[in-house]
Design a protein around this ligand. Structure first.
Ligand code: NAD
Length: 307
């Protein structure tokens, strides 16, 4: 008998697969205080969670029987990976299930920005009827520049064709065949991509290479009045440089779903920029995505324990 602890609010789609398994005993304790978790972790063979519970070195070391940690989602930044590896604990994530959710959020937010839906809706809430003020822009005929043509970048590219956009991407790790299959033109360098992009969207992981990859210099290379969207990870864009480019009207606008420090501070200067649309890390926040990632990670944790 193996014991599995579900530490966060993980969708039931996957949890029921674990509980249905006679060789597994599953406890769902999503609100366990940190010290209580530390005290009890030694009883468990596996943890399944999202991002709320910090899987610290202390917790991993206290989990004498731990064999696997499953993350219902892609990011494993809440898990002390080196310590887990040194203790022989496997880390399993579910990177594919929220791809469509993020790709759809890209179009939702970028069209919202270009049509000024956030300010128009707020004005309606204030009792106004300001039609002339909210002249929008279309995606059709614009060039979409994608940095990172992986799972999400590819889904964004596929949908961008339907909007009549020209799609160019920069990703040195993806083969020419994949670019061709997606009907995406390859930019030879990031600078070349930036020079022809009207809508820039980032879909890279946060690594030493991508940290701060879009700063003052890069934003200055975009054609005037471009749009920048970051649904990837905070830290890929330098927030102060983005703020300056928005405040000087060099950029038409921007969307940020992710931030260098999350949650974003209540008094962050980013909150007061009219042409910046902010969402609180909603990329994977759809019922469908949470079902997908829960199922994917629970199947993988079950198989890791039982096979
Ligand atoms: P992926 O691994 O499928 O794709 C990432 C791509 O980035 C790969 O093709 C890789 O070759 C490319 N890449 C890596 N370094 C690069 C560099 N220096 N320059 C250019 N390209 C580079 O990942 P994915 O599933 O598409 O996810 C992409 C990003 O979206 C990740 O940062 C992930 O954390 C983030 N994400 C955010 C949310 C959210 O809630 N906002 C949800 C899911 C994923």
């Amino acid at each position: 008998m193996f014991r599995v602890l579900v530490t966060d609010e993980v969708d039931q789609e996957g949890v029921v697969l674990l509980t249905a398994e006679p060789a597994l005993q599953v406890d769902e304790l999503p609100t366990l205080p940190k010290d209580e978790l530390l005290r009890r972790i030694g009883e468990y063979d596996a943890i399944v969670g999202r991002s709320a519970t910090r899987i610290s070195a202390e917790l991993l070391k206290a989990g004498g029987k731990l064999k696997v940690v499953g993350r219902a989602g892609v990011g494993v930044d809440n898990i002390e990976l080196d310590v887990a590896t040194s203790l022989g604990i496997a880390i399993i994530n579910a990177p594919a299930g929220n791809t469509v959710a993020v790709a759809e959020l890209f179009f939702g937010t970028v069209i919202g920005l270009l049509r000024q839906l956030h300010t128009a809706a707020a004005a309606m809430g204030d009792g106004r009827w300001d039609r002339a003020k909210f002249m929008g822009r279309e995606l059709k005929g614009k060039t979409l520049g994608i940095v990172g043509l992986g799972r999400i970048g590819s889904e964004v590219a596929a949908r961008a064709h339907a909007f009549g956009m020209t799609v160019v991407a920069y990703d040195p790790y993806i083969a020419d065949e994949r670019f061709a299959a997606l009907r995406v033109r390859r930019a030879p360098s990031l600078d070349a991509l930036l020079a022809e992009t009207n809508v820039l969207t980032l879909h890279v992981p946060l690594t030493d290479e991508t940290r701060g990859m879009i700063g003052k210099r890069e934003l200055a290379r975009l054609p005037a009045r471009s749009v920048v969207v970051n649904l990837a990870r905070g830290g890929v864009i330098e927030e102060a440089a983005l703020q300056a480019a928005l405040e000087t009207d060099q950029l038409r606008g921007a969307v940020l779903d992710v931030f260098t420090v999350e949650p974003l501070a209540p008094d962050s200067p980013l909150r007061n920029i009219p042409n910046l649309v902010l969402t609180p890390h909603l990329g994977a926040n759809t019922v469908e995505a949470q079902r997908n990632v829960s199922r994917d990670v629970c199947v993988a944790v079950r198989d890791a324990l039982l096979h």
